[in-house]
Write a protein that binds this ligand. Structure first.
Ligand code: NDP
Length: 460
């Protein structure tokens, strides 16, 4: 059998790559990980983690208002963007350092350089030479997709730059209606930036439950975010006073910053995958089987580069499953069913399972349980924020097939709901759970009456 420099060579030290490398190295395998940027990947360096700090920072504007309603005199709070950025960057550096140490402690070798494939067993590492590996894992993640042909696109930023703006803009236009667009619209709005969201579709967050989408759009609008639907940027013009976004519907929007959040693309370009014969999907994603193996039997891929469910915890589980299978003699395949997700808008949203529309499509008949209400924290001071909780139940089996929460801490609530749903909980079992009082989440276990939309209700 041929001798190799490494048992495993991982390209990309993000969530999936690092977890796979660590678990593999713990088996005693000789593992190298190459990373061209800072260790931690999108999640730690330019995604979930810095985003969450920005969410925390931006939520204070509402907290100050709430505090006044509870008797506090908070004066006139001001926000120091450069100070926040510095603290955020310090914390990101600390977390990236932990990733590096974890890799080292596991015995994996970290190479700070860009790596590309020369053939199915050979990796060229910039400035360091070529190395051979018995097994190779592609974990290069994704990158923001930008409409390169759009006139003036060079004036727009992606989420990558949004984390490092030298100054907080007075006005921002955000294009897109997905996770990133909605989260950043709420962040900038919360920080006092005049925010316009522009999205080509009839509502934001396609793929989520329609009641959730409408509710969230209404709540975002109530917070002052201008949402323009059914149109998109056609051209961006730089003027003496800022940027003008000329939209497809002939409207134009003035702003200081234009941000595109129109989706992300798998980062496979220039990686040499063709040289190794690795098959890609039309969008550049590495095609893999349930064990994350590509069409080349010694090359695997995990995380966003495979474009399955593009979430950090999924990449981690895929990476761990790969390493268990290949290095611990424990064949493991991650089950992509019932993965909960959260959108850190304001209010936040957590969702697990199917939307009502998807459930009707899949199961035919479903029952809906839905509550919209102002939480006691809001009613106390006359606040207007409303929560939404919705359960989708398959008729006959009574299985809860969808659970959707728009509420402060909605993502925390959905994490717990996801356990029960992954176990196949039924509505009677759910209802047998006693409420925790007084909480928001108790509404979820006290949804007794089937919901009839007004039109259906009138007929029934
Ligand atoms: P999404 O896929 O969520 O949304 C992309 C948005 O851009 C959609 O509204 C889409 O519209 C629109 N769009 C796509 N192409 C065009 C186009 N050519 N012209 C105009 N509009 C377009 O992508 P994001 O960039 O927001 O996020 C990428 C992924 O990152 C997410 O899918 C998610 O997996 C992950 N993520 C997760 C987060 C979390 O867990 N909280 C946070 C941030 C990101 P349409 O709906 O019409 O297709």
């Amino acid at each position: 059998m041929a001798d190799f420099d490494y048992d495993l060579f991982v390209i990309g030290a993000g969530s999936g790559g690092v977890r796979a490398a660590r678990v593999a190295a713990m088996s005693g395998a000789k593992v190298a990980v190459a990373e061209e940027d800072r260790v931690g990947g999108t999640c730690v360096i330019r995604g979930c983690v810095p985003k969450k700090f920005m969410v925390y920072a931006s939520e204070y504007s509402k907290s100050f208002e709430t505090a006044k309603g509870y008797g506090w005199d908070v004066g006139t709070p001001t926000f120091d963007w450069p100070k926040f950025l510095m603290a955020k960057d310090d914390e990101i550096a600390r977390l990236s350092g932990i990733y590096v140490r974890n890799l080292q402690n596991a015995g994996a070798e970290l190479v700070h350089a860009r790596a590309t494939l020369k053939d199915r067993h050979t990796v060229e590492v910039e400035g360091k030479g070529t190395f051979t590996a018995r097994k190779i894992l592609i974990a290069t993640g994704g990158r923001p997709w930008m409409p390169r042909d759009l006139e003036g696109v060079e004036h727009a930023i992606s989420s990558n730059e949004a984390f490092h703006l030298q100054q907080l803009p007075k006005r921002i236009v955000i294009a897109g209606g997905g996770y990133i667009a909605c989260e950043f619209a709420c962040i900038f709005n919360g920080l006092g930036v005049e925010t316009t969201l522009i999205h080509r579709g009839p509502n934001i967050l396609r793929g989520f439950d329609d009641d959730v989408r409408s509710h969230l759009a209404e709540e975002m609008d109530a917070r002052g975010i201008k949402i323009r639907l059914g149109t998109q940027p056609a051209r961006i013009e730089q003027t003496a006073t800022g940027l003008v976004t000329h939209c497809a519907d002939n409207h134009s929007l003035d702003s200081d910053v234009v941000m595109f959040a129109l989706g992300r693309e798998p980062y496979t370009q220039g990686l040499g995958l063709e040289a190794a014969g690795v098959e890609l999907a039309a969008n550049g994603a590495v095609k893999v089987d349930q064990y994350s193996r590509s069409n080349i039997d010694n090359i695997w891929a995990v995380g966003d580069v495979t474009d399955r469910i593009n979430l950090t915890p999924v990449a981690i589980r895929e990476g761990a499953a790969f390493a268990q299978t290949e290095f611990h003699d424990n064949p493991t395949s991650f089950d992509h069913e019932m993965v909960a997700s959260a959108v850190f808008t304001q209010p936040q949203m957590g969702s697990v399972g199917l939307s009502e529309a998807d459930a009707r499509h899949k199961y035919g008949k479903v029952d809906i349980y839905l509550a919209k209400f102002r939480a006691m924290k809001e009613t106390f001071y006359g606040g207007h924020q409303r929560c939404l909780m919705k359960l989708v139940v398959e008729q006959g089996t009574e299985k809860i097939v969808g659970c959707h929460v728009v509420a402060p801490d909605g993502p925390e609530i959905i994490q717990m709901a996801a356990i029960a749903m992954k176990m196949g909980v039924t509505k009677p079992q759910w209802d047998a759970t006693c409420a925790v009082h007084p909480t928001l989440a108790e509404e979820l276990v006290t949804l007794r009456d089937k919901y009839m939309p007004p039109a259906l209700g009138a007929v029934a």
